[in-house]
Each structure stands twice: as C-alpha cells, then as structure tokens.
Design a binder for this molecule. Structure first.
Ligand code: KMH
Ligand code: ZN
Length: 315
C-alpha cells in the first residue's frame, strides 16, 4: 500500500511566516522585523507547525532581503525558542539572482531549504490594481514589474543548489512544484541519482504562472507524483490566497501534509485578515484533528524526512 494514502500517518504542518510576495500595504500583520518574524515563528511552532519556512525583510521598508545579514538576527532566536525544523528559502524574491538566493542557506546550513523546480512566469501584478495608499514607494513597482518577470530555476541552477547545499551541507529540500512539469523536472534528478529519497514535494496551486487552483488538479498532481515517485516521496500542498485552507484540507484527506502561513495567504477566512501565522496554524490543526488526524511533532518530522538534526545547522 502506498504510504501517501495511509490516513493514519501524522500530518506535518509547515508554516511560511512572511515570504516575499505580500507587501506591507496588504496587511498590517505581515511580520517584517526580526522581532516580529521571531515572535510569529515561535507562536506558529507552539501552535503545531513542525517546519518554519523563512524569508527575511528589510526591517524599515519591508522589502524582501536575501542577504545572510538579514537572516542572522532571527535564526538563532527561533532555534532557541522552538524545536521546529527551520527551512530557509532559496526562492528569495522574484527579482534576485540565483547566486543571491542561495547565499543564506549556504551560510547557515539549515536542515531544510526550499528548491524551486522550474523556471516560470510568477505574476503578482494583478494585486497592484486592487491597492491604494501604499505604505512604501517600492511596493507598487515591485508588483507591477512582475508582468515581465521570469522566475529562473534552470536544470543547471537546481543541480548547483543540490550540490552546494545537499551534497556539501546535508540540507534536504522542500521541492516547490508549481506545475505538473515540475514533477517531471524533479523526476529527472531522482532518476539521475542526484536527489535521493525520501524527498519532500511541495505542490503549489494558484500562483499566476503555475497550475490553477482547481480541485481536480490536486488529484492530477498526486497521481502524477505517485506514478513518478511511488513510495519515495513525502507530499505536501500549499495554495495561494483564498484557496489555502480548502486545498490543504483536501491534500490532508488524500494523505498529504500541509503548508499554511502569511507567505501564502494573508487571510484567516473570507474578508478577515489573519492576525498572526499562529492563527492559521491553529485553524488547520483544528480542522485536521476534527477529521481524526494526528499532527506530526518536530521529532516525527525529522524522522519522516530523514533530516540531519538541529545540532548540525550553522546558526
Ligand atoms: N511563495 C511560494 C508560492 C520559496 O521560498 O522558495 C513559494 C515559495 C518559494 O515558498
Ligand atoms: Zn518562500
């Protein structure tokens, strides 16, 4: 029997705390400063998030900041405040080079880093027309410029990141797959022996440029991953905006793991902003427990994903 459809498995909750997509004008609750990121991450862990997916921002402007110095003020504090697995982004923000994007994970050698599995359009521009009274000058042009942006993740880029972080530092990856083709890209690396099982596939629904947020697509993604990877993969789902909670619930019903957090949606329910990341973690936890599912602890998560352990990170 395929482990991914065993409903008795524990469900790993990942929480993506701030990201690089939402801007300060969109929500006053988006964590920006190292203090805010630390507080929200620890509260999310206390609420049940076994993995914390982290980005950094400029504390004054809220602009995405992918310098190691941007991460340094909060990584050790979050590590001290929780047992949860710390996952450092290599996606960074749409406008950074791959070299910049990999720097924080190369320096801090986390247990997990994100790894985006294909080049694509990554369009944020429709959000710009819905906002007024911008808090910062950078926000509107940042969103608008995404109309002509390509999020670069070539086979060469992926290969280099796996070598630099995986082979050299023992970091494992959250393989971010925004479309069915990205599963095939991942399959190339698996078949070539470059990425080894067990590996975490994060299926993403609802980014403009990736696969659309339709329930049939969740089934299609899972069936394709089952065909390509059999029992070798651990499956998790995230969905953008209002699709977040229904899609992750559907994934959990199908035996998958879930990702929530203000990086993916600033809402708690229709028209209501989430006041913290922990509020979203509590909500999905309640849904999953009501459905009879058990939540994975950080210890369970390290075992499921085969991680190197907190003592081998460099922060
Ligand atoms: N913002 C998500 C849709 C990354 O950090 O590598 C994808 C993401 C990218 O989490
Ligand atoms: Zn991210």
């Amino acid at each position: 029997m395929n482990k991914n459809i065993n409903h008795n498995d524990k469900v790993i909750i990942t929480c993506a705390i701030t990201g690089a997509i939402h801007t300060p004008t969109m929500s006053p609750y988006l964590p920006i400063t190292p203090d805010e990121i630390t507080k929200d991450a620890i509260a999310a862990a206390e609420a049940g998030a076994a993995i914390l997916h982290l980005h950094a921002r400029n504390p004054e402007t809220g602009q995405p900041d992918q310098s190691p110095e941007g991460f340094a003020p909060f990584l050790p504090r979050i590590k001290q405040g929780t047992n949860s697995v710390i996952n450092i982004t290599t996606g960074g923000s749409p406008y950074m080079t791959v070299e910049e994007r990999v720097e924080p994970a190369a320096k801090f050698k986390p247990e997990v880093a994100s790894l985006n599995m294909g080049s694509m359009n990554f369009a944020l521009f429709p959000a710009a027309s819905k906002l007024k009274n911008w808090k910062n000058d950078w926000e509107k042009p940042f969103l608008e410029a995404s109309e002509d942006f390509i999020f670069r993740n070539t086979f060469g880029d992926v290969r280099k990141i796996v070598k630099m972080l995986g082979d050299d530092h023992g970091t494992k990856f959250e393989h971010e797959c925004y479309d069915i083709g990205h599963l095939y890209n991942l399959s190339y690396f698996v078949d070539a022996g470059i990425i080894k099982p067990p590996f975490l596939v994060q299926s993403i629904f609802g980014v403009l440029g990736g696969i659309g947020p339709e329930m049939d697509n969740v089934m299609f993604m899972k069936q394709t991953a089952d065909r390509l990877f059999g029992d070798d993969y651990i499956w998790s789902v995230l969905a953008a905006g209002r699709f977040q909670m229904p899609f992750v619930t559907q994934a959990a019903m199908m035996g998958g793991h879930v990702r929530v957090g203000l990086e993916d949606s600033i809402y708690l329910e229709k028209g209501v902003l989430a006041k913290s990341n922990a509020d979203q973690v509590k909500k999905i936890r309640k849904i999953l427990e009501e459905l009879g599912m058990e939540i994975a602890t950080p210890k369970d998560t390290r075992q499921i994903l085969g991680l190197k352990g907190q003592n081998l990170v460099n922060f």
